[in-house]
Design a protein around this ligand. Structure first.
Ligand code: ADP
Length: 248
């Protein structure tokens, strides 16, 4: 797809750490409303790629575009988040001593800044949005529970809800199912599919069963570049992919 109609567009991106090319001429296009799984062996460059998209790491070469026209290259993390890119790290970070509802309410108000957040009285529309998010993240009945009392999986869902409260266009999610029970893992796949109905989603994942359950296009990274792209069946039949995974 052309840059102008893409949600996220990386063109010839490279970055080196002490002379080592962690990302090497990486090009990638994510369409609006697409969910993409990024896989690859340890050290393939998955985290560094996410760091570049979110402005944590600046590329030495190449370009990153958001919504087709917005040049993210060289922008800082806060500006990129404000433009509508949300990132979910592997470990859940919720406010443990607040209720599920308050976690969502605080996230919804956060873009107003700390002072306005303190004094802003929640509107009817904002309450409705929190109700919708509670349903989506499967925590409707846990709304008054302290976040500290949630299971690991529920905390992950709450954090996803907190990111969605800030209305991102693109959500980057790092190993969402790590440490979850089988039931939570299956529910997480369904949750991500629901989110992908009106967001673009990039999921970095090691668990191939989980990737299969998402049923989306897969990009295999290796040595900082795209090695293969297509359905999971397609890429796992690719000899080069088998080689990098089995280290032959
Ligand atoms: P992945 O997430 O796919 O496991 P990473 O993006 O974490 O891969 O790392 C890609 C390569 O870049 C690895 O070889 C890693 O050691 C190296 N690397 C990542 N960050 C740094 C850094 N800040 N300094 C030096 N090397 C780094």
């Amino acid at each position: 797809m052309a840059r102008s109609t893409s949600q996220l567009y990386l063109d010839g991106v490279s970055v080196s750490f002490d002379g080592f090319k962690a990302i090497n001429d990486l090009s990638l296009t994510i369409d609006p409303g697409e969910m993409r799984a990024i896989i690859g062996p340890n050290g393939a460059g998955k985290t560094t790629m996410m760091d570049i998209i979110t402005g944590k790491t600046r590329p030495d070469a190449g370009e990153v575009f958001f919504n087709g026209v917005i040049d993210l290259t060289g922008e800082d993390e806060a500006s990129i988040a404000e433009l509508g890119i949300g990132r979910k790290f592997q470990k859940p970070t919720v406010f443990e001593s607040h209720t599920v509802w308050d976690n969502l309410e605080l996230s919804l108000k956060a873009p107003r800044g700390p002072f306005a957040t303190l004094f802003h009285v929640i509107t009817g529309a904002e309450k409705k949005r929190i109700e919708e998010l509670l349903e989506l993240i499967r925590l409707g009945e846990k709304r008054d529970e302290l976040a500290a009392n949630l299971s690991h999986g529920q905390k992950q869902w709450l954090e996803i809800g907190m990111l969605l409260a800030q209305d991102p266009k693109l959500l980057l999610v790092d190993e969402p199912a790590a440490g979850m029970t089988d039931a939570e893992t299956a529910e997480t796949a369904e949750l991500l599919k629901e989110i992908a109905k009106d967001h673009s989603v990039v999921v970095v994942e090691h668990d191939m069963d989980f990737v299969r359950s998402l049923g989306v296009k897969v990009t295999v990274l290796h040595e900082g570049s795209v090695l293969a792209e297509g359905s999971l069946d397609h890429v796992s039949a690719d000899e080069r992919v088998v080689e990098v995974y089995l280290g032959r």
